[in-house]
Design a protein around this ligand. Structure first.
Ligand SMILES: NC(=O)c1ccc[n+]([C@@H]2O[C@H](COP(=O)([O-])OP(=O)(O)OC[C@H]3O[C@@H](n4cnc5c(N)ncnc54)[C@H](OP(=O)(O)O)[C@@H]3O)[C@@H](O)[C@H]2O)c1
Length: 326
């Protein structure tokens, strides 16, 4: 297949592009920041500069590429800092998930593209009722925290628009597996506490496994929503100490709910205490997907074994095995 990867220079797509090429596909990859064309060329893709918010440019790029498949992996999360105003940090990503998706879908229709897959998200989105692990058929949270309503709405929009068009919405778990993963700094600085009883469940996915599932989704004649997460959704109180240990950091702090609400807002309390995880049964069953890292337990250790804390980082003091919970 000729595959048009939008956002090919990002965290997931830089794993996806080589896997597509290895499977014999041809890749046209878009980038947005100057200089990323060389990176894409080195991965084996044909680089195309593209701002996904410029619908005319999207139309032109897709018609020129004439792909068999499009994968939308564009987000704007590279400089994201956690803040109580969740939606402000996600504003640009929300536009890529709404306007960007619309532009790509319109171009795909015009170019007669047969397959379309887009990046969605699984963790923290399912309704906070019933059991801890949810399937694609379970309802989404009808009352997300006020600070994350726009972000939630943008993900719902993407899921709906893509599946209405006969495409695939890939609800990934929290990505990890790169030296600049978003959780590394806050966990090292002990800025990511266990809130209350730490019962909020998260789903993770190693970037290599996420990319493998994406290739399979494109190669199978499927449509709809797929959770792309690992086998072990887990409460924060279980995974966070393991992550801290893998990073050679001190164990996480514990905050009561009221204190976390004061410093980090309601969204952080909700994610830390009430959120639900996701089941990968459908993706394994229908795509024949096998995970290289079935659990974050092996994945964190493998991903961070060689990630060394910078000089002066207080986490350098922590010995990696002194507080192992595995
Ligand atoms: N599920 C998750 O947990 C999840 C999801 C996404 C990201 N993240 C995390 O967020 C961090 C940053 O992610 P990232 O490296 O993927 O970076 P990113 O800044 O989110 O960029 C992703 C891709 O989108 C492209 N892009 C950005 N704005 C665009 C626009 N207006 N038009 C077209 N393309 C645009 C980027 O191009 P350029 O690079 O050329 O600017 C890049 O190819 C990583 O730590 C990652 O793990 C997590």
């Amino acid at each position: 297949m000729r595959v048009f990867v939008a956002g090919a220079s990002g965290a997931i797509a830089t794993r996806l592009v080589p896997q597509l090429i290895e499977r014999g596909h041809e890749v046209i990859g878009t980038f947005n920041s100057p200089g990323n064309d060389e990176r894409l060329r080195a991965l084996g893709a044909k680089p195309v500069a593209l701002d996904l918010l410029d619908a005319r440019a999207v139309r032109k790029a897709v018609l020129e590429a004439a792909p068999d498949a499009i994968v939308h992996q564009a987000t704007a999360l590279a400089n994201l800092r956690f803040s109580r105003n969740f939606d402000r940090g996600f504003a640009a990503t929300n536009r890529l998930r709404t306007e960007g998706t619309d532009a790509l879908l319109a171009a795909a229709r015009e170019a007669g593209v047969r397959r379309f897959a887009a990046q969605s998200f699984a963790s923290y989105r399912y309704a906070r009722v019933g059991g801890p692990v949810k399937t694609e058929d379970d309802p989404l949270d009808p009352t997300p925290a006020p600070a994350m309503r726009e972000t939630d709405a943008a993900m719902r929009y993407l899921d709906q628009a893509v599946t209405d068009a006969g495409g695939i919405a890939l609800r990934y778990g929290g990505f990890y597996g790169a030296p600049n993963d978003g959780l590394i700094k806050p966990v090292r600085k002990r800025q990511f506490p266990i809130v209350g009883d730490g019962a909020g469940v998260s789903s993770f996915i190693h970037l290599d496994d996420a990319a493998a599932a994406t290739v399979l989704a494109l190669e199978h004649d499927v449509a709809g929503i797929y959770n792309i997460v690992d086998d072990e959704p887990a409460p924060v109180r279980e995974w966070l100490p393991v992550l801290a240990n893998a990073l050679g950091a001190k164990p996480p702090r514990h905050f009561p709910r009221w204190l976390a609400r004061l410093f980090a807002g309601e969204a952080a309390v909700m994610m830390g205490t009430e959120s639900r995880g996701a089941s990968n049964a459908k993706a394994k069953r229908e795509l024949g997907w096998e995970l290289r890292y079935p659990s974050w337990r092996q994945g964190f250790a493998a991903a961070y074994a060689s990630v060394v804390a910078p000089e002066g980082d207080e986490s350098r003091v922590g010995a990696r095995t002194s507080h192992s919970t595995t």
